[in-house]
Design a binder for this molecule. Structure first.
Ligand SMILES: [Zn+2]
Length: 71
């Protein structure tokens, strides 16, 4: 059993026996979802997806449209 530690709370996370790049694991302590970005050595990173990314894209699109209208 491979074990790593949560990036947020340092709680132990059991990864199982098979590790895959991009595999997502959930911290049993704080519930944060982390993604395996490297298997040797094991590295985790936060998962960036969902509504927050869509809001950012929407804002930049809106800004470009507004500035071109000003000219
Ligand atoms: Zn945690």
């Amino acid at each position: 059993m491979t074990v790593t530690y949560c990036l947020d709370c340092d709680h132990e996370i059991e990864l199982g026996f098979t590790l895959t790049m991009g595999q997502r694991v959930k911290c049993p302590n704080c519930g944060v979802v982390l993604e395996i970005i490297s298997t040797d050595p094991i590295e985790l990173d936060w998962v960036y997806d969902g509504p927050a990314m869509n809001v950012d894209w929407g804002k930049s699109w809106w800004r470009i449209t507004t500035s071109s209208t000003d000219r």
